[in-house]
Design a protein around this ligand. Structure first.
Ligand code: ADP
Length: 336
């Protein structure tokens, strides 16, 4: 049997608890011991940890956040910090560490592996879904649901006042969350890194789409989804520019951290549980320096570095769906 450690790091994501639970239950069933480090990589440095068993992970599958707490830990980027962590892991006789987080946390995991010869395994948990080698990440579906619900609500008020609404969603530097929120919320336009050319072109494009939209549907609401960190001077400047261009009121709405919270939806719970079970299996098989993700609904093992070195891109069908249903929706009109 093995001694397995788990920690959650970086931006938290709904479903992290479901994954911790699965790791503990799967490990306990096979006779392994599990400890949890608290506050991400800080817990490895303190060290700050506690034993986990199935009683401690009872009744947490539905809870957002993470019972182990998460944190950013700038200090961990230094060699001395990773060496210190390695020393603590050796003292605790840990065989394998499972790290739940995004690409930053995986870089940290790889960094640790340079100084510690135990098994290091990553589990993709981020609402941004910006990790190569896995079709989806733990937390992504819940964040889409939250953003979609918000767009629905924005539309109710937008319709009442015939306004243009700009809804900023998270995603860091990737448009996956924005794209899925826009599709499921039936937004009218989306400004996402993957579809973005330059600000002027985007403004002209929106103006054109809006004019056609107005001609066809009258003064109904027009909803634009924007990925954070994308518009050069931020969402308020974009709102002002659009007001000048269209002569109508433009209201910016920043969804912000609500997208990180909430009870995980079923897809995230199932993904988290499946990946937790698979990760314990990988520990038993002696795997090292991999991420356990999911491709085409089957578990997939990917070398850790590949998860950030290779850029995850929109599939052709996602690009087509976005263009057909949103951004170029009315282009055929112009030829009439
Ligand atoms: P996420 O995992 O959500 O992408 P961050 O990018 O904030 O979140 O990274 C989480 C933590 O991972 C950082 O605070 C740091 O402790 C660790 N980390 C990130 N990059 C590195 C690196 N190059 N070397 C070592 N540790 C890193």
């Amino acid at each position: 049997t093995k001694r397995i450690a788990v920690l959650t790091s970086g931006g938290d994501a709904p479903g992290m608890n479901a994954c911790i639970r699965a790791i503990v239950v799967a490990s306990e069933g096979a006779g392994h011991t599990v400890i949890g480090f608290e506050h991400g990589f800080h817990g490895l440095l303190a060290p700050n940890w506690r034993k986990l068993d199935s009683k401690k992970v009872h009744n947490i599958i539905q809870r957002g956040g993470t019972i182990l707490r998460s944190a950013r830990c700038e200090e961990f980027k230094q060699d001395s910090a990773a060496k210190n962590a390695a020393k603590h892991l050796s003292e605790l006789a840990i065989d394998a560490i499972l790290i739940l987080g995004g690409d930053g946390s995986f870089r940290g995991a790889k960094h640790l592996s340079k100084f510690w010869d135990g098994q290091v395994i990553g589990l993709p948990a981020t609402i941004d879904n910006d990790i190569y080698g896995t079709d989806t990440t733990i937390g992504y579906y819940t964040a889409i649901q939250t953003a979609m619900d918000s767009i629905d609500k924005v539309r109710d008020t937008a319709d009442a006042f015939e306004r243009i609404f700009l809804v900023e969603v998270m995603g860091r530097h990737a448009g996956f969350l924005g794209a899925k929120a826009a599709i499921s919320g039936a937004a009218n336009y989306a400004i996402l890194p993957e579809l973005f050319t330059d600000p002027d072109e985007t403004l002209n494009d929106i103006h054109q789409q809006l004019s056609i939209h107005r001609k066809r549907y009258g003064h109904e609401s027009f909803i634009i989804v924007l990925t954070e960190n994308l518009w050069p001077e931020g969402i308020n400047t974009l709102a002002e520019k659009l007001e000048n261009l269209t002569g109508g009121e433009v209201r910016p709405v920043i969804l912000g951290h609500v997208q990180r919270g909430g009870s995980p939806v079923s897809q995230d719970r199932i993904l988290a549980t499946t990946l937790g079970v698979e990760a314990v299996r990988c520990v038993e098989q002696g795997k090292h320096c991999i991420m356990v993700g999911q491709q085409n609904l089957e578990p997939a093992e990917v070398p850790l570095e590949q998860t950030w070195e290779t850029k995850k891109v929109f599939s052709d069908s996602l690009t087509r769906t976005m263009k057909t249903m949103l951004n170029e929706r009315h282009s055929w009109d112009l030829t009439k």
